[in-house]
Design a binder for this molecule. Sequence first.
Ligand SMILES: Cc1ncc(COP(=O)(O)O)c(C=O)c1O
Length: 380
Amino acid sequence: MAELHHIPFNAPYIVGSELDNIRDAVDRLKISGNGHYTKLCQDLFQERYQFSKALLTSSCTDALEMASILANIEPDDEVIMPSYTFVSTANAFMLRGATIRFIDSRPDHPGMDEAAIEELVNEKTKAIIPVHYAGVACDMDVVSRVARDHDLIVIEDAAQAVDSFYKGLPLGRIGDLAAFSFHETKNIISGEGGLLAVNNSDYVGRAEIIWEKGTNRAAFWRGEVDKYGWVDIGSSFLPSEITAAFLNAQLEALDAIQKRRLEIWERYSKAFAVISHQVTLPSIPEYATNNAHMFYLVCESLEERSALIQYLKDVKVNAVFHYQSLHQSPYFASKHDGRALPYSDRYTECLVRLPLHMHLSDEDVDRVADAVIHFFQHRA
Ligand SMILES: Cc1ncc(COP(=O)(O)O)c(C=O)c1O
C-alpha cells in the first residue's frame, strides 16, 4: 500500500503572478511604500467593499495599533472585546494604556456574546472591538446599537473576515474602523500584511498621517502641500511595494480562492453530518455569510480534543487548537476583573481546527473527514 502523505494544517497558496508583479515593482524603481501596487490594492478594496479609505499595513496588528491611535485611546479608557481572540486585538489597546474588559464567547459560536456588551459599559468606556471569528460576522446590529446609545467607537477586528458579509454589508464596512490580516494563514496573503479600513470620514485625513510616521508625506506625494513635516504622532505602518505587489496578485484571484475554500468547507460539513450528535459542528447565523476561512469542531473536553489531535497526527493529518483565553494569559490574568468567562475557556480547551487550504485535493479532504469520523465512531 502506498505510504500516506502528510496533510499540513496550512500551506500558503501562490497564485502564480506574484513574482511577475514583484519584478514589475522593482522595474518601476519604487519599492518603498505607497506606490503603484499599494494604490491598486487600496482602490480595489475601496471599490469592492465601499470603504471610505483603505490603507495597506504591514500586518493586522499594525492596523489595530493605528486604529487605537486614531480612536484617541488614552490611559483610563476602557475597551470591550472578546477574551477568545488573538493577542494583538488586546495588545494594540494596552499599548495606549487602556483597560481591557473581556467578554465571553457565545454558547453556539466562539465569537463574542453581543448580549453581554451593554452591562460592561460605563462612563470610561470608549470602544467596542467585535472580532469576526472564523470570518463569521458578530451580530453587528446589537454592537452598533450599543455603540450609538453610549457614543462608543466600533473597531472591527476583521483579521479573518475578508469577503464576508453581515446582512449584505461587507465586514469591515460597518464599524468606524476595521482591521484585516493577510498573514500567510489567511484566505488571501502577502506573507505578513494587513489593511486598515476607515468608514467614519472624520478619521480619513488623520489615518493617512498616522500611517506615514506622523507626517503629511502622502499629501505631499499628491502635490497638495509643497513640503512635508511632522504634524501628529504615527509610525511606519505602510508595507513596501514588494508586499503590495504580492497582495495584488492574490486579490485578482480572490473569487476563485473563495470558491474553492467554500467547496472544501462544505465537503467537510456534509461528511460530518453522521457525527453531529457526537461533536459540535460550526454554526453560521442566518445573518452571516461563510468566507470559509476555517473549519473547526468543538470537542466535549480537553482530553477528547488531545486524543483527536494525536489520532490525526498518527494518520499524518495536522489539526491544531486555537486561542488561549486572554483573560487567563500570563500577562493579563492579574489584571482581569475576575469575572468567569466559561465559554471562552471551553473553546480554549475544546476547539480544534482542521486543514483548510488551496493545496488540498478532494481526496485529502475525504481522508481528513474519514479519520475524524473514525475517531468519533470508535471512541469508547
Ligand atoms: C482575530 C485576529 N486579530 C488579529 C490578528 C493579527 O494579525 P496579523 O498576524 O496580520 O498581525 C490575528 C492573527 O491571526 C487574529 O486572528
